[in-house]
Design a binder for this molecule. Structure first.
Ligand SMILES: O=C(O)CCC(=O)C(=O)O
Length: 259
């Protein structure tokens, strides 16, 4: 899927867009699976709007925004289990992370038309810091995305600067790091944007009449251990066949123990 020049690009820039990782048929299956999760969540007590709160937008604008941001989609539908371990994904991951790759968690990021939520620029590392920074996100595009419908944007090379102070662990100071300073990464359905968890990234509001549906998988080298007892999730509960008939949240109850 990728060559040494791509690996070098990732190392230098902290991100890599890989085209056509998933076929249009596979994208279709994931869209259907995602609709199923949205429907089951809507009928449960766990339905919610996951739009990031904060001072990065005026309150009247922020309150109109919607994000369906449910976690661990592989617990809900086996289409995402297949995606998480897809041969093309594995081929890229083993070149970017190494021969051993472990799923840390996943989430769906559905920005509905016209009022789909924004993500102010941030790193993912403060949410789940690890010792050797092997962690990366693989954001699978289920729709064509561009600046109009809030595509992902990155600051190339920013992963080299280590972990930075975030406002309440959420995002960087938006006055110093406006979304406009990042490089847009437009992509097509089936493409995957890989970016290191230290790479500064974010996305703008979906102002278009189109959906912007992404599913993001976080992976790491299993030898890269967490340095804080946060977001601990060893990947238990994978759906291997069929669907989870009721929408329910699952949380691992692990604590870190020093040996
Ligand atoms: O999908 C997006 O637009 C951004 C998602 C993101 O930055 C995150 O979940 O950390």
């Amino acid at each position: 899927m990728i060559n040494q020049a791509d690996v070098d690009f990732y190392k230098e820039n902290g991100y890599l867009l890989v085209r056509g990782v998933f076929s249009q048929q596979e994208v279709g299956e994931m869209r259907t699976a995602l609709d199923g999760i949205l429907n089951r969540a809507a009928q449960s007590k766990f339905d919610s709007n996951a739009t990031w709160q904060g001072d990065y937008l005026p309150p009247d604008q922020l309150k109109k925004l919607v994000l369906k941001g449910f976690h661990d989609v592989q617990y809900q539908d086996a289409a995402f289990t297949r995606a998480a371990i897809h041969a093309n994904m594995a081929a890229v991951l083993s070149q970017l992370i190494g021969p051993n790759v472990q799923l840390h968690h996943s989430k769906m990021l559905v920005k509905p038309p016209e009022n789909g939520a924004a993500f102010p620029l941030h790193q993912d590392a403060p949410y789940f810091p690890h010792a050797t920074h092997s962690m990366l996100a693989a954001s699978v595009h289920l729709d064509d995305s561009d600046m109009e419908n809030g595509c992902l944007c990155v600051i190339p090379g920013s992963h080299k600067n280590g972990m930075m102070p975030h406002v309440g662990r959420h995002y960087l100071d938006h006055r110093e790091y406006p979304i406009t300073m990042a490089t847009p990464c437009p992509a097509q359905a089936g493409d995957v944007l890989f970016f290191n968890y230290l790479t500064i990234h974010g996305s703008d509001i979906n102002r278009s009449t189109r959906n912007r549906r992404n599913v993001l998988f976080q992976y790491r080298d299993p030898m890269d251990l967490p340095t804080a007892d946060v977001h601990v999730n060893w990947g238990q509960g994978l759906m291997v066949c069929g669907e989870n008939p009721t929408y329910r949240e699952y949380h691992a109850n692990y604590t870190l123990q020093a040996k």
